[in-house]
Design a protein around this ligand. Structure first.
Ligand SMILES: [Zn+2]
Length: 161
């Protein structure tokens, strides 16, 4: 089942179904897009990559925060009723996967992207009662730098607390 990738401009526009028809998530894991060719920068192309190159059923992340037509938007990707495919092992089953479009090994995200990601995070934290220590990064579970050397776990927890 391939997700439609619904575009949301404000957190208040999040699909109620998506937040209501869900699993009991206990955490969030943050990612960025640093695909091997460094070219894929939006949810649509990452979805294609995850399906065609990785052989998955769908994009691995539940949400993506990316630039669309000049403004940052939230993409509702994999529905919250389904476990993710973003962090090898257990975290896929318990943590919502959120990806920031961009390569943050090279620099910081724009403030607009951070603000929207923060709003999304606060909304998810309120909905699922997720405490700050359960805000994690892919880099805490893998050798990868994801979501980038400019976004280590302490900074992510500070931004999104
Ligand atoms: Zn990652």
């Amino acid at each position: 089942m391939i997700s439609k990738l619904r575009i949301v401009r404000e957190v208040t526009g999040l699909n109620y179904w998506n937040l209501d028809h869900t699993r009991d998530w206990t955490g969030i894991v943050y990612h960025h897009f640093a695909t091997p060719d460094g070219e894929r920068r939006d949810a649509r192309s990452v979805q294609r990559y995850h399906i065609e190159e990785n052989g998955w059923s769908d994009i691995g992340y539940h949400f993506v925060v990316e630039r669309y037509k000049g403004a940052y938007v939230i993409i509702e990707a994999r529905p919250l009723i389904r476990i993710g495919a973003h962090t090898k092992g257990y975290m896929n089953r318990v943590a919502i996967g959120v990806a920031l479009a961009g390569n943050f090994d090279k620099g910081y995200p724009d403030i607009g992207q951070i603000i929207l990601a923060r709003k999304l995070t606060l909304t998810l934290r309120a909905r699922f009662k997720i405490p700050v220590p359960k805000i994690r990064t892919h880099s805490e579970f893998s050798e990868k730098s994801c979501p980038g050397n400019f976004l280590p776990p302490e900074i992510i927890r500070l931004f999104f607390a």
